[in-house]
Design a protein around this ligand. Structure first.
Ligand code: UN1
Length: 507
């Protein structure tokens, strides 16, 4: 496979990097198996504790120098990374597709997201601005500035193995921070490929060794980051269970965490919905990335007047879906990430039936020569009561639940009744309904859309959600502020020393 070679991936890869160099550890290897065909793509050395400590030392040294580079110059490095990504888009997109299992279109889309966040970060490098305020004291000036924060730990998930790291790293770099990335142990080669791409740019431009660090390992390596007092910010994407563990460890040392965890996203389909938009939005939202996005549509809350018509159209659309090799662009749905994910899918289906759900499109595993990895499953649809325990659980698989409603208030209450709060949408041409959905007492999610689905957010907006989703915001808008420390400065240019609040202190 030529794309592996072009990305610097071999059958055995060092897994600990500090930018331009790699550390060589023992033979405790992580094996990356493709869910596409079940084959071993390559192995990666897990980071040892001793190597981890060396990484942290390098990162600390690098930060001292990197924070002194002018922000627009750091932005220039990110611009060059964006250029490299453009050159490598095809190869990296293929690797994402082959190692993670999403369709090639989506793999390329993910690399496009990386390129877009580079562009965003370049502009940002000239806009890291604070406010000025009027002092209550004569002859005084007050303002605030944002300074680089330090070391940023990034824990990313398998489902967006390259884009989510980029959202964090590109912003952190223009902010003057250095990054230590721990990719998912299910997609370690994506991490290696990105490290090679960045290393080329950093080597050519004398960026200090240690600005871009990579470690590999299981949850233990994530815990090293979470527990490490030298890392002021840990940004973690993944399951709510993982997020709670990371947040607890980081909080214990009063560090900052930025969490982007599970979703249980719904689309409300009003009787005033344009079905030509609503059907494809629901189908892409539910089956795209084989239901393995945090923003995947898991619930459709459908008005009773159009419920039957909508269901019929949806079932027809599902019958058109082609499941198979994600690198074959004729297929819509690729495999799940691994066999454990297939087990979780099967268990959720069994739980749904046991709890009273009725499947209108049946699930199940695909067998045969083209599905030899054992990771291909059928997207399925069940009619459910909205309060079933399984409907309130995020299962990372293409299982879609249909729920009926009468009044919009009821639909919004159902949509908000789950523990997660990432993405949400309403399909309606009725302006009153859409405003009600977006109002204070409307959707409780971090993302609320009108007439588009729940997934596929643009990088320009702040990405993240409430409740068990973790409360963090990454990517666009002012998410960059997470990666900096704010300092308030008051300067006295008078010859007096008036105290604030009018306090008299005469000597
Ligand atoms: C995720 O699933 O972790 O909005 C991120 C989307 C993508 C990002 C998803 N832009 O679906």
């Amino acid at each position: 496979m030529e794309f592996l070679q072009k990305l610097g991936i071999t059958s055995e890869n060092k897994g600990t990097g500090t930018g331009q160099s790699w550390l060589s550890a023992g033979n405790n290897n992580i094996r990356s198996l493709s869910p596409v065909d079940g084959k071993l793509i390559g192995s990666v050395q897990a980071t040892t504790r001793a190597d981890y400590e060396e990484v942290i030392q390098k990162a600390q040294q690098a930060f001292k120098e990197w924070r002194l580079w002018p922000a627009p110059k750091r932005g220039e490095m990110v611009r060059l990374i964006g250029e490299e990504l453009r050159k490598n888009k095809e190869n990296l997109g293929k690797l994402v597709s082959y190692e993670m299992g999403k369709s090639l279109q989506e793999g390329l889309g993910e690399v496009q997201e990386m390129i877009d966040i580079c562009d965003f970060a370049i502009g940002l490098s000239r806009q890291l601005h604070g406010l000025t305020m009027h002092s209550e004291r004569p002859g005084h000036r007050m303002y605030e500035q944002y300074h680089p924060l330090g070391l940023v730990g990034i824990i990313s998930a398998f489902n967006f193995p390259v884009a989510v790291w980029s959202w964090n790293a590109m912003l952190a770099w223009v902010c003057g921070d250095v990054c230590i990335w721990k990719p998912s142990e299910k997609t370690p080669l994506c991490g290696i490929a990105c490290q090679h791409i960045v290393a080329k740019v950093f080597r050519e431009n004398q960026v200090p060794e240690g600005v871009s660090c990579l470690i590999n390992g299981t949850a233990e390596a994530g815990e090293w980051l979470a527990a490490d007092c030298s890392i002021p910010l840990v940004s973690a994407t993944g399951s709510t269970r993982m997020g709670k563990a990371v947040a607890t460890m980081v909080a214990q040392r009063l560090g900052r965490s930025l969490l982007e965890l599970g979703g249980n996203n719904a689309i409300i389909i009003s009787k005033d919905a344009d079905l030509n938009i609503a059907i494809p939005a629901a189908v892409f939202g539910a089956v795209g990335t084989a239901g393995q996005r945090c923003t995947t549509t898991r619930r459709l809350i459908i008005h009773e007047d159009i419920y039957d018509v909508f269901k019929e159209k949806l079932v027809k659309a599902y019958q058109q879906l082609k499941i198979g090799d994600p690198l074959d662009t004729r297929n819509h749905v690729g495999p799940l990430i691994d066999k454990a994910a297939v087990d979780a899918y099967n268990n959720a289906i069994a739980a749904c039936i046991q709890q009273g759900g009725q499947f209108v499109v049946k699930g199940g595993m695909l067998e045969g020569e083209n599905f030899s990895s054992g990771c291909y499953v059928r997207p399925c649809i069940a009619e459910v009561a909205h309060n079933l325990p399984i409907v309130h659980t995020e299962t990372f698989a293409p299982i879609l639940y249909l729920i009926r409603y009468k009044e919009l208030e009821e639909a919004i209450a159902i949509q908000n009744s789950v523990p997660q709060g990432l993405s949400s949408a309403i399909m309606t041409n009725n302006i009153r309904e859409s405003e009600q959905f977006l109002a204070h007492n409307g959707s409780d999610c971090g993302i609320a859309n009108v007439n588009i689905g729940t997934s596929g957010a643009e990088i320009g907006g702040a990405f993240g959600g409430e409740k068990e989703t973790g409360g963090g915001r990454e990517s666009g808008s002012d998410a960059w502020k997470n990666y900096m420390r704010r300092q308030t400065n008051t300067i006295n240019y008078s010859t007096q020393l008036p105290l604030a609040q009018g306090i008299q202190f005469d000597l």
